[in-house]
Design a protein around this ligand. Sequence first.
Ligand code: C2O
Ligand code: CU
Ligand code: CU
Length: 491
Amino acid sequence: MDFHFGRRSFLGLAAGASASVAGAALLGRSAPMASGPSRVRSSGGRLEMDLVAAETAVTIANAPRMALTYNGLLPGPLLEAEPGDAVRIRLHNRLNRPTNLHYHGLHISPSGNADNVFLSVAPGASQTYDFSLPADHPAGTFYYHPHRHGSVADQVFGGLGGVLIVRGALDRIPEVQAAQEQVVFLKDLPGDGDFGSMGMGMMLGREGAVLTVNGQVNPALSIPAGGLLRLRIVNGSNARFWRLALEDHPFNLIATDGGALETPVQLDELLLAPGERAEVLVRGDQQGGRYRLLNLPYARGSGGMMGGMGRSRGMGMGMGMGRGMGMGRGSAQQGPVPVATLAYEGSVATLPLPERLLPVVPLPEPVRTRRFLLNHGMAPGMGMVFLINGRAYEHGRIDTRVQLGDTEEWELVNDGVMDHPFHVHVNPFQVISRNGTPESYRAWKDVVLVRAGETVRIRTRFDDFTGLTVYHCHILDHEELGMMGTLEIAA
Ligand code: C2O
Ligand code: CU
Ligand code: CU
């Protein structure tokens, strides 16, 4: 069955009734759009669809509320493509602020109508995105979300985002293929009164009180006894780090942001910063019953700010910022919170874990090393700014010029008091070391957590595509407050 969502069906669906329309009527708002299919697969080498960004009614934990959605869905429709596919997505902006689309993690062109984050789609306007996935694009779990500087954090916090799967070699490994597959899209939504709130909370990075998995509060997930469950996990939050643990079931990590590992790595818990993805296999080797997927607390460096000025190193972490001013909202989680419940359902012949996955070829020696210093400060008239090498983002300024085909090593130094997950567009990287300690396994990443006080070295090669793109902190509030730079990849 084919789920194409072409222009004609898109217009046809607009008149149809749906849960979201009913919900909107309940709230006394006009319904912008009925929902479309929740899953769209490419066929015949093409993926073509419409995405309508709008504020719509959704139902969360049996209560209607407003959220920013794609096609009325939260998360947005699940897109599935294959290497070599031609993708055409028509984005329609029915929001009241400009937006655009970014295909986080895909190795595609950053120019023209492809993964160009400098495009701006005005309210009421539409934009067609056109790109091809390279024939050798790795299989993996990717993430589409808005990227219009100035409104990205609000729009992601408000609900926008969705998952894009590229199916390929990893999916053909027999044990992986035999696993039952489940997408786990993580997003915290603002609680009542938090919606669209700006200001002080942005400096820490706003976290919402409502923890959702696939747009639901504590949904049921199932695993067959004896079988394998493959979770494709995406952190689609604005700022919240998710630290997951599944009762009595370790995670067997098989893929990171950019695709497969060489062999599975067993983990008791999994930490994902915003923008990070992981694929894990869970073995159905328990005696049935129910097991909670827990989100464990994580302090991402806000404690220093909350506790006083002692750790601020004179960077102007100033006066009057503390409890009672909305700063603490981000760090409110004290203990484990159940975010989904795993139940045994049916059984299959016992499946082993795969022993080998796919090669992760090491990159050659770098031709150049650069240093990126991450911290924050106060700017006259702007208040708190977040900086890379002492500068806040400026549209049109090129901060880093690199050469197509070059391998570089980037030293990411965080000498501030808050963690910063550093993200680079277009080309994935390998983490070489953290505070001088070599990484224990090779993996392709596009977001790496640089904790307060850490130095992380990454290595990347600028392959296939020239043009302008960006790197930034994926706490999107920090990105908005300046922690982004423009990268030029020259021929
Ligand atoms: Cu997830 Cu610059 O993006
Ligand atoms: Cu990205
Ligand atoms: Cu940051």
